[in-house]
Design a protein around this ligand. Structure first.
Ligand code: NDP
Length: 342
C-alpha cells in the first residue's frame, strides 16, 4: 500500500486574509504554497480531484481568527499511504479545506468537522464527485434532516425552500420515496420545471415571481405538515403561517441572509408557532456523525434502484474557487456545485 513517491510534494492552498464584505472576493484570499512532510506511520497523502463549495463557507468564516486556511470538503485520491486501511488509488472524502494535497492520519481526525473522513464506497460507474453531494454531506443533511426532524408520514405535505439545490432537490426526492406530497420553491422557472418533470415534485414555484400565499393555497390545500427550511426570511414566515397543527420545521439553513452584514427583519413567527403548536428545530448534520454510513448507504441504494437522481454544476480549476462559491450564492447551480481541480 506504500507507493514510495519521490518527494517533495507541495500543496497549494487558499488562506483567508480578509473578512467577507458582501460577496466573497478573490482579493479576500491568498493562494499559498506549502511543503508537505514525509509520511509517518498511519498517515496518507491525498490529491484533491473535486472541491466542494457550500453555503456554510460564506456563513462560517466570520467566526475565525484571520489569517486562516479556508475550510471545505473534498474528494481526493490517495497517492501515498502508510495506513493499510487506506491504500493508494482509493478515494476519500474529507474536510481538508481548499487545498490540492493533504497529509493526514485518518484515525486522528478532529471531532467537530463538517464532513468526517471516509473512504468512498465502490461506486461502479458513478463519479467519485458524488462523495461531495448525494453520497456525502448534503446527502446526509437531507436524509437525517428530513427523517429525524420532520418525521414525515405517508400522505403528508412537505414544503422545501432552496428546492433545486444540493440539499433541497434531495429532500424532495426522499419525500416522494416516503409517499408524501412535495412542494418546492426555487429561483428560476427552469429549476421548477426540472423539479416537477425530472424529480417528481408535485408542485414547484419560482419564489421570485410567484405569490407565495396563493402558491401554498394551490399546492397544499390540506396545509403543510413539514417544512424543510434552507433559506429563512419572509418566505419562511409565510410558509409557517400555512402549516397544520403540530407541523414540524427542520431549520437547515438561512442562505437568504448569508451575504448580509445586517440581518433583515421578518414578520414575527411566534403566533404561528404557539397557536399551531409547531415544532421548530435547527440542526447540524454532524449530529449524526456516528450514523454517517447509514445515510450514505441508504442514498446509494436509492441511487442504484433509480429512485434518486442527481445533477452537478461543475466549475473548473483550483483558481476558480471564489467564482464557484459566488455561483451558489447567486443561484447558478441546480443540484450540487463542485469544482474539478484539474
Ligand atoms: P444549494 O445547492 O441549495 O445552493 C444554494 C442555493 O440557494 C442557490 O442555488 C440558490 O438557488 C439559493 N439561494 C441563494 N440566495 C438565495 C436567497 N436570497 N433566497 C432564496 N434562495 C437563495 O446549497 P446546499 O443545498 O448545499 O445548501 C442549502 C441550505 O442548507 C443552505 O442554507 C446551507 O447553509 C444549508 N446546509 C445546512 C447544513 C446543516 O448541517 N444544517 C448542511 C448543509 C447545508 P435559487 O435559484 O433557488 O435562489
Amino acid at each position: 500500500y506504500y507507493s514510495g513517491l519521490s518527494r517533495s510534494v507541495k500543496a497549494r492552498k487558499y488562506v483567508l486574509t480578509k473578512y467577507f464584505d458582501g460577496e466573497p472576493k478573490k482579493t479576500d484570499f491568498k493562494i499559498v504554497e506549502e511543503e508537505l512532510p514525509e509520511l509517518k506511520n498511519g498517515e496518507i497523502l491525498t490529491e484533491a480531484e473535486y472541491l466542494s463549495v457550500d453555503p456554510y463557507m460564506r456563513a462560517y468564516m466570520i467566526g475565525y481568527k484571520l489569517p486562516t486556511d479556508m475550510i471545505g470538503g473534498q474528494v481526493a485520491k490517495i497517492i501515498e499511504s502508510r495506513n493499510e486501511k487506506f491504500p493508494v488509488g482509493k478515494y476519500v472524502a474529507g474536510s481538508f479545506g481548499w487545498r490540492t494535497h493533504t497529509v493526514c492520519n485518518p484515525s486522528e481526525q478532529p471531532k467537530q468537522i463538517f464532513l468526517p473522513l471516509t473512504l468512498l464506497p465502490e461506486l461502479g460507474s458513478y463519479p467519485v464527485s458524488l462523495g461531495l453531494g448525494i453520497l456525502g454531506m448534503p446527502g446526509n443533511t437531507s436524509y437525517f434532516g428530513l427523517k429525524e426532524i420532520c418525521k414525515p408520514k405517508p400522505g403528508e405535505t412537505i414544503v422545501i425552500t432552496g428546492a433545486a439545490g444540493a440539499v433541497g432537490s434531495h429532500v424532495g426526492q426522499i419525500g416522494k420515496i416516503l409517499g408524501c406530497r412535495v412542494v418546492g420553491f426555487a429561483g428560476t422557472d427552469d429549476k421548477c420545471e426540472y423539479l416537477i418533470k425530472e424529480l417528481g415534485f408535485d408542485h414547484a414555484y419560482n419564489y421570485r415571481t410567484s405569490n407565495i400565499k396563493a402558491a401554498l393555497k394551490e399546492a397544499a390545500p390540506k396545509r403543510v405538515d413539514c417544512y424543510f427550511d434552507n433559506v429563512g426570511g419572509e418566505i419562511s414566515t409565510t410558509i409557517m403561517n400555512h402549516m397544520n397543527h403540530y407541523g414540524r420545521i427542520a431549520v437547515c439553513g438561512s442562505i437568504s441572509s448569508y451575504n448580509d452584514s445586517i440581518l433583515p427583519k421578518v414578520t414575527i413567527l411566534q403566533p404561528a408557532i404557539v397557536f399551531k403548536e409547531l415544532k421548530v428545530e435547527g440542526f447540524l448534520v454532524n449530529r449524526w456523525v456516528n450514523r454517517w454510513e447509514e445515510g450514505i448507504n441508504a442514498n446509494l441504494n436509492w441511487l442504484r434502484e433509480g429512485k434518486l437522481k442527481y445533477q452537478e454544476r461543475i466549475y473548473h480549476g483550483f483558481d476558480n474557487m471564489v467564482e464557484a462559491l459566488n455561483g451558489i450564492l447567486r443561484g447558478e447551480n441546480t443540484g450540487k456545485a463542485i469544482v474539478k481541480v484539474k
